[in-house]
Design a protein around this ligand. Structure first.
Ligand code: F0G
Length: 482
C-alpha cells in the first residue's frame, strides 16, 4: 500500500504530508511533572497544557488541519441565518453520505442529546455494540438504559480478530425477542468502537444488523465520529473492499442506517458535529430541538469558519493517504511496546494505543483505579498525557458501589498528523521503562468525586508515596536528563 513503507523488511509509517506550522512544546523535569500531577489531583484531565510534553489525551479537536482547511476558513459567510457556508457544508455531507437532511450541532454529544430526546422514552433500552461515556449519559438522562451486544472477541484484550467492534448477531436477536421491538429506542453502531480500543466494525456485520433492524422496524443509528479509522480497516482488512474506493464504502455504510451522527472534532479534523437523516418525519422531530439547544438551523452552535474547515476536512477524509495516518502510527507505537513485552490491546486499532492496565498494574486492585494510576505514572515518567479508560470512567451503581469496567485501559490517543515517529519512539522508551518499574506504581483514591462523568473533574490522591519512589528511580536510571 502506498502509505506504509518498507525498509529492509521493516514496516514503518511514513508521513504523507509536510509540517508547515509548528507549536513549541516543553518537557519539564521529572520532579516538576510529579508536582504538576499532584496539582491536577492525579487526573490527567486537570493538567495544564503548558506542563504537558506530548498530549495524547484525545484526538478530539486537536488534529492537524490542512492548508486547504485553513484557506477555506477565509471565505466563511458569517450570518445568523441562511449562511452560504452552511449550504456548502450541507452539500458536501449530502454527497458523501447520500443523505437528504443535515442538522448541525455544536459537537458529538449534542447530537446524542437531540437523538435521545426524540427516540428515548423512560424505560426504553438502546442497544449498541458498545457505549461511549456521553452517549450513555444522554440516554440515561432521558430515563432510558443501554445494553451492549458486542461480539465476545470485542472484550478480549489480546486478540487477532480484525473487527472487534462487530455486533454479536445472536445477542441482537435475543435482545429483540426478550425486550420486544417497542421497548427498544434504537440500535446504535459505533464506528471505530472507542472504549474497547478503537476497534472497527465490518461492513458485513453492519449489513446483517441493518437487515434485522429493518425487518423489525428498529431505527439504526450510526455514530460516525471515528469513521475515518473504520474506513481504513474495512479497506485493509475486509477482502471484498480492497479495490473499492473510500467514498463508495462510506456511501454503502450510510445506506444501511437511518441516522448518522458525528463529532467533527474527530471526523473531518475540525470542530462541531451533526446529524444526517433521510426520513422526513425524524428530521422534523429532531429539527425542533436544534434552535433551542444548539443555535439556528444554519449553524447549530458551530462557527462559520469551523464549518468551512469541516467541509474541506470531510472531503479529505475520502483519501487513504490522509486516513491511514492514525492507524499506521498507532500500529507503530503498539509494535514498539509489544517488542519489549509491554501489554497492549491487540490488534492495534484506530484512535490510539491502549495499554492494558490489568496486566501492567495487576498488583493494584481494580477499586484503586489501576488504569488511572498508570495514566498518572506515564505522565510522571515522560510528560505524556493519556486518558484513563477503565473503572474511573464508569459511574457508580445506584447503591454507591463501584461499577468495575470490563477493561482497564490507558489510552494514548494519536491526534491525526500531529505526532512524529521520533516522538513515538520516545513514548515507547518511557513506557517500557515504566513497565520495568511497574511494581513502584500504586493505587489512587478519590478526594473529590462528582456524581456525573466523574473522570472529568474528580480529584484523587496516591495511596502511599509511590509517585516519590517513581521519581527517585527515574533519577537513578536517567541521571540528569529530563
Ligand atoms: N462518540 C464517540 C465515538 C466519541 O469518541 C465521542 C468523543 C463522542 C461521541 C462525543 O463527541 O466530544 O464532540 O461531544 N470522544 C472524545 C474522546 C471526547 O476523547 O474520545 P464530542
Amino acid at each position: 500500500m502506498s502509505n506504509v513503507k518498507f525498509l529492509s523488511g521493516e514496516r514503518f509509517p511514513l508521513e504523507m504530508h509536510k509540517v508547515r506550522m509548528v507549536q513549541k512544546i516543553n518537557l519539564l523535569p521529572v520532579e516538576e511533572r510529579r508536582r504538576s500531577m499532584q496539582e491536577a489531583g492525579f487526573n490527567t484531565f486537570l493538567l495544564r497544557n503548558r506542563d504537558v510534553f506530548l498530549d495524547m489525551l484525545t484526538d478530539s479537536g486537536v488534529n492537524a488541519m490542512s492548508e486547504k482547511q485553513y484557506a477555506a476558513m477565509m471565505q466563511a459567510d458569517d450570518s445568523y441565518a441562511g449562511s452560504e457556508t452552511f449550504y456548502r457544508l450541507e452539500a458536501v455531507l449530502q454527497d458523501i453520505f447520500g443523505a437528504k437532511y443535515f442538522l448541525p450541532a455544536h459537537q458529538g454529544r449534542a447530537c446524542e442529546h437531540i437523538i435521545s430526546k426524540v427516540l428515548v422514552k423512560p424505560g426504553s433500552v438502546a442497544l449498541m455494540n458498545y457505549h461511549f461515556t456521553t452517549t450513555k449519559a444522554h440516554i440515561t438522562l432521558m430515563g432510558g438504559s443501554i445494553e451492549e451486544i458486542i461480539s465476545d472477541e470485542g472484550l478480549n484484550i489480546q486478540s487477532t480478530a480484525p473487527f472487534k467492534g462487530d455486533v454479536d448477531i445472536d445477542k441482537l436477536n435475543e435482545a429483540i425477542k426478550r425486550l420486544g421491538k417497542d421497548k427498544i429506542a434504537f440500535m446504535r453502531i459505533e464506528a471505530g468502537t472507542n472504549l474497547v480500543g478503537g476497534q472497527p466494525v465490518s461492513m458485513s456485520n453492519m449489513r446483517e444488523v441493518s437487515r434485522i433492524c429493518r425487518e423489525k422496524g428498529i431505527p439504526l443509528v450510526y455514530d460516525a465520529s471515528l469513521l475515518s479509522d473504520n474506513l481504513y480497516f474495512i479497506k485493509t482488512r475486509e477482502k471484498e473492499y480492497r479495490d473499492v474506493d473510500i467514498q463508495s464504502i462510506t456511501r454503502e455504510m450510510a445506506s444501511l442506517v437511518d441516522i448518522v451522527y458525528f463529532s467533527a472534532r474527530k471526523l473531518g479534523s475540525a470542530r462541531g458535529g451533526g446529524i444526517l437523516v433521510s426520513d422526513e418525519g425524524l428530521f422534523l422531530k429532531m429539527r425542533e430541538w436544534i434552535p433551542i439547544y444548539e443555535g439556528f438551523l444554519t449553524y447549530g452552535g458551530m462557527s462559520v469558519r469551523e464549518m468551512e474547515a469541516l467541509a474541506v476536512g470531510l472531503r479529505e477524509t475520502m483519501d487513504m493517504d490522509v486516513i491511514s495516518q492514525t492507524p499506521i502510527f498507532v500500529e507503530a507505537l503498539c509494535n514498539e511496546l509489544i517488542a519489549e513485552g509491554a501489554p497492549v490491546l491487540t490488534p492495534p486499532g484506530g484512535l490510539g494505543c491502549h495499554l492494558d492496565a490489568t496486566e501492567f498494574c495487576s498488583h493494584i486492585p481494580q477499586t484503586q483505579y489501576r488504569a488511572g494510576a498508570l495514566a498518572a505514572a506515564a505522565f510522571i515518567a515522560g510528560g505524556v498525557r493519556g486518558m484513563e479508560r477503565g473503572t474511573l470512567s464508569e459511574q457508580r451503581n445506584d447503591d454507591g458501589s463501584e461499577r468495575l469496567a470490563d477493561m482497564e485501559l490507558l489510552r494514548l490517543a494519536m491526534p491525526k498528523r500531529v505526532v512524529t515517529l521520533s516522538q513515538i519512539k520516545y513514548i515507547a522508551d518511557r513506557i517500557v521503562w515504566l513497565y520495568k518499574n511497574r511494581h513502584l506504581i500504586g493505587g489512587l483514591e478519590f478526594v473529590e468525586e462528582p456524581k456525573m462523568l466523574r473522570f472529568f473533574f474528580g480529584r484523587l490522591k496516591p495511596i502511599g508515596n509511590w509517585p516519590d519512589l517513581l521519581v527517585e528511580q527515574f533519577r537513578k536510571d536517567f541521571g540528569e536528563s529530563l
